[in-house]
Structure formats: structure tokens, C-alpha cells
Design a protein around this ligand. Structure first.
Ligand SMILES: Nc1ncnc2c1ncn2[C@@H]1O[C@H](COP(=O)(O)OP(=O)(O)O)[C@@H](O)[C@H]1O
Ligand code: SF4
Ligand SMILES: [Mg+2]
Length: 338
């Protein structure tokens, strides 16, 4: 498959990492599994450890099915029933894994909010857009209905929805895809959460609208200082917004580094393949490279990438490489990287 979007210009890393910001989120050895046939468990996220600093964007990239959404749902406390979680998630000094359902309800929307690929899954189709945003404010900020509606209109204006008073009276289906995504971002940011989890927020949109939504997210981050976990299967999209990048493959982190470092010096063979799939601006008509094979099917023994890796040898098929810090803040899981 190709992960590239030809018309998006890749600028390398959209942001430069800013060191020494206080930490907001720390995920340690997070694993998620589901019960499978004959009592066998299938682990869809394995031993993930990463951090997000306040006001920073972590880009999470990897092919469909590699565990990006399950990771975000774990952070939101929204995993489907039956999922088994281990490891720890620490947010602003609080241990989320110890949260009761009530604590999660208070936390979501106020401290952390999520936007999805398809806003309709998160919006009520029979409630006016302004009212839906107002409802969040009534719940978490205890505003009166009237004050909350006024604030909802302001929020729609802040995400550049034209005629926000009129749009606030619309139902979600009356908005275009791009406007709906803006409205969902307005709803997510209503209570100024410290972290926004954006799961493929631009994937369903055409390229021009995608670029506008990415610009909007950067603008809001500058204004509100919101940290963002930005998820996409598309490295070109992630590279526009991320300070740090985490590349996932088959439930694991294979490379994790400051974005500019990862682009300048990709070390894992899978990351190198992903970067090769990006269109070359100098040769826009050249045929796009695709990484041979696919993620689906039975997981190989040893390194999970060994059945697709051009460098795989016997050792790679026997043991699984651990994620190691090979240079300052640059982590890789591959036996062949020194
Ligand atoms: N309810 C579920 N039960 C069992 N496996 C699931 C369930 N939901 C998702 N999965 C599996 O978890 C893996 C990771 O899925 P997901 O996190 O949605 O991937 P991504 O977001 O990277 O495309 C996939 O292999 C998927 O089939
Ligand atoms: S450990 Fe081996 S198979 Fe895995 S990515 Fe490195 S070289 Fe390839
Ligand atoms: Mg997903």
C-alpha cells in the first residue's frame, strides 16, 4: 500500500522540538490485548512507552491495524469491553489506570479530549451543533445554558466557521465534512483540555481541506498551549505538525525521536521504507515506492517486521529487538542499528 498523499508538500518536520517543557503524559509499558479463539489472547499493543510534554505534538504513524487507535482509546479510558490493559498511564501526575469510571468521566472533555476521523461518530445527529458544544460547557464548566450557547458560538468563530451564529443552529449533517471537523475540534477544545488526541482527523477530507485543518490545529496549539497526540497512517500529514514522532509497527514502537531527527536520520528499516514512500517534490511524476508485503496475517516470530525487512537474518527471526536509545532521544528497535 502507499501511505503518501501526493499533493501535500512534505516540509520534513513542521515544528522544532522545544526541550525542557514540563511533562504532561507518561505512558509506560502499555499493552492491550483481547481474548481470542481457544483461550489465546491477541496482543494488539505491546509494551509502549512514550511521553508528551505540555504544549507539544507527538505524531503517531504506522499502517492501518498497527494499534494507533487502541493506544489512544487506552489514554482516553474508552477501550472496548473485553480489552485487557497493563502498564501505566500517568497524566499531569495522576495515575489514570487507577481511575474509577466517575473519575474518567470528569477527566474526559476537561483534561483530555479526542477528535476522530469521522465527526458524525462523535456528534449527535439530532442535536444542533451549538447546543452540543454548549452541553459540554454546562457539564464541565457549570455555565448556564444561555451563557454556554454564547460561548459555543465564540468557539465556532475561533475555528473559523463563517456565520457562527447561524451555523450554531444547524444540525451536523447540514455542515460540509471540513466544517463538521472544525465543529468537532471546537467541541473538543471547549474546556481547554491539556491534551487533544486527534485520531486521523484529516483522513476523510480532501487535500485542500486537510491542509486547512492542520493549519487550524497548529494555530489553536499556539493560542491555547494544548498538547496534541496526532495520529495518522500518513507520514506526510504527521510531518506537518509533529515535534516528536513515534513510528508503530504491528503493535510496537519501532522508532521514536524528535521529528527533525527522524527525518534527517531514519534508522529503522520500516521508517526508511515509509520515508521512501513519500512523493519527491523534485520529481512529482515519479512512481511511488511501496513497502513490499503487508502487516496482516500471522505475526512472524522474532522481529515483527522480519517477514518484510530487506535486512532480516536468522537472529531477527528468533528474538524480538527491544526499543533502545541509540543517540540522545532517538530510540530504535532493530538489531542492525548500533
Ligand atoms: N474489539 C476488538 N477485538 C479484537 N481485536 C480488535 C478489536 N478492535 C481492534 N482490534 C484489532 O486491534 C488491532 C489494532 O487496531 P487499531 O488500533 O484500530 O489500528 P489502527 O488504528 O492503527 O489502524 C487490529 O489488528 C485490529 O484488528
Ligand atoms: S531486527 Fe532485523 S528484521 Fe527487524 S527491522 Fe531490524 S534488521 Fe529488520
Ligand atoms: Mg485507527
Amino acid at each position: 500500500m502507499s501511505v503518501a498523499t501526493p499533493a501535500l508538500e512534505v516540509v520534513g518536520a513542521g515544528h522544532v522540538a522545544q526541550p525542557d517543557r514540563p511533562r504532561l503524559l507518561r505512558v509506560s509499558s502499555l499493552s492491550v490485548s483481547f481474548p481470542g479463539a481457544e483461550g489465546r489472547e491477541s496482543e494488539v499493543v505491546s509494551e509502549l512507552s512514550y511521553e508528551i510534554a505540555q504544549g507539544e505534538t507527538l505524531g503517531v504513524v504506522g499502517e492501518s491495524g498497527c494499534g494507533k487507535t487502541m493506544t489512544s482509546l487506552a489514554i482516553m479510558g474508552l477501550l472496548p469491553s473485553g480489552a485487557k490493559v497493563s502498564g501505566s498511564i500517568e497524566f499531569d501526575g495522576k495515575d489514570l489506570t487507577a481511575f474509577s469510571p466517575r473519575q474518567w468521566r470528569n477527566h474526559r472533555g476537561r483534561e483530555v479530549a479526542m477528535v476522530f476521523q469521522e465527526p458524525m461518530t462523535a456528534m449527535n445527529p439530532v442535536m444542533k451543533v451549538g447546543q452540543q458544544i454548549a452541553e459540554v460547557l454546562v457539564k464541565h464548566e457549570r455555565l448556564s445554558k444561555r451563557a454556554a450557547f454564547g460561548r459555543a458560538v465564540e468557539l465556532l468563530a475561533s475555528v473559523h466557521i463563517p456565520s457562527p451564529e447561524r451555523r450554531a443552529q444547524d444540525y451536523p449533517h447540514q455542515l460540509s465534512g471540513g466544517m463538521r471537523q472544525r465543529a468537532m475540534i471546537a467541541m473538543a477544545l471547549a474546556c481547554r483540555p491539556k491534551l487533544l488526541v486527534a485520531d486521523e482527523p484529516t483522513t476523510a477530507l480532501d487535500v485542500t481541506v486537510q491542509a486547512q485543518i492542520l493549519d487550524l490545529m497548529l494555530e489553536l496549539q499556539d493560542t491555547y498551549g494544548t498538547a496534541i497526540q496526532f495520529i495518522s497512517h500518513n507520514l506526510a500529514v504527521v510531518s506537518e505538525v509533529a515535534h516528536q514522532l513515534m513510528v508503530m509497527y504491528s503493535g510496537r514502537i519501532v522508532e521514536y525521536a524528535p521529528a527533525e531527527d527522524l527525518f534527517a536520520n531514519p534508522l529503522h528499516p520500516y521508517t526508511q521504507g515509509l520515508i521512501r514512500t513519500l512523493p519527491d517534490i523534485a520529481q512529482p511524476m515519479a512512481e511511488l515506492y511501496t513497502i513490499p508485503g503487508s502487516v496482516g496475517g500471522k505475526r512472524p516470530s522474532g522481529c515483527r517486521f522480519s517477514n518484510r525487512c530487506p535486512l532480516a537474518d536468522a537472529r531477527c527471526r528468533e528474538a524480538e529487538p527491544a526499543l533502545r536509545e541509540v543517540t540522545l532521544s532517538h530510540h530504535v528497535a532493530c538489531f542492525k542499528v548500533n
